[in-house]
Ligand binder design. Sequence first.
Ligand SMILES: *Cc1c(COP(=O)(O)O)cnc(C)c1O
Length: 412
Amino acid sequence: MSDKTTYGFTTTILHNDRQKPIEQGSLHKPIHTSVAFGYGDARQLASVFQGKEPGFRYGRQGNPTVAALEDKISKMEGGVATLCFGTGMAAIGALAQALLKDGDHVVSSSFLFGNTNSLWNTVAGQGAEVSFVDATDVANVEAALQDNTRLVFVETIANPRTQIADLARIGQLCRERGILYVVDNTMTTPYLFRPKAVGAGLVVNSLTKSIGGHGMALGGALTDTGLFDWSAYPNIAPNFRKLAPAAQGMAQLRAKSLRDFGASLAPEAAHHIAVGAETLALRMERTSANALALATMLQADERVAAVHYPGLASHPQHALASELFRAYGSLFSFELKEGIDCFDYLNRLRIAIPASNLGDTRTLVIPVAHTIFFEMGPERRASMGIAESLIRVSVGIEDTDDLVEDFRSALS
Ligand SMILES: *Cc1c(COP(=O)(O)O)cnc(C)c1O
């Protein structure tokens, strides 16, 4: 395991903890619950605090178990550094918390995870300006840019309607304008897609979803790909300007959002997520194959009005998805024809569970307009292409035939 670049995704993740000194031969990074870290030499404590040597200060800013997970996520994303947070939302909130000031401007895709949409609206109420654009076309992003635009934020495959951002062209545009490009990779995961390949400076992952993969721990991450020039970012505080340019962004993010705001990931959760992540590639292969089988069956049935899945040739960005992603992912959504009530349909399913999570090993279903997108109201829903009967499916690793039969028989 000396030359990491020669190993594949799963080999690298499985053996990553062994690259550092092994504690009692433990094959998993142990769960370190200590909040404080003691030093035999008080001068060493001071030099850790001053950033002159590596080490842990206090659990809020970092912990060995969390650090081992951060290192794994950096390897998955091909990044230079990762910060973990208590949830995916905390990772996105850290962008606003640590990188934006009054009077700054953000361009965001309008096809967003519901809580991220709500977060940007909060940010907009606190002094920064946010423009929501249809990011499936780079021209809309370009038209929204202003002199004070600090970052452009997009998701890879939007939940629940599966629109795909014009990822590579937006990356090119941000590179030309020197703007920080942030890509939420939760729906694709670093196994299907690496945002670094299209020029992202920061990558967001909700670890709660497919990376943890079993719906048993909350977590989030921000990965610095090393592509963004932090020396050109206006909002770096003077004390972080003293650091090497490549380190400035993450140092400020760690200080402002973990140290000052306390959005830290617990070591027990980091352990669950790290164990789950070992099978990420296997699960993504299986869930992507299951999702394609289900979407294909539903699309062919006359009782179904529409199916939204990037793996279908009918999807507007099918060609783009084929070019960028290793497979089409575990999420799709569909609309029933009038005459079939979406609640009755969901109640007839025997395997799929009505629940609000994604990327679990079990298949989960939710009536979107009546739950996660209820609060935003019918107009904003319509603008996001959310039909009132839309059902979102997060496909699990169950046996394909069982799932197809479950979704088929519930139609009648
Ligand atoms: C779930 C999700 C988040 C938020 O993650 P949590 O861990 O639930 O806070 C952010 N972005 C996307 C695309 C998500 O699906």
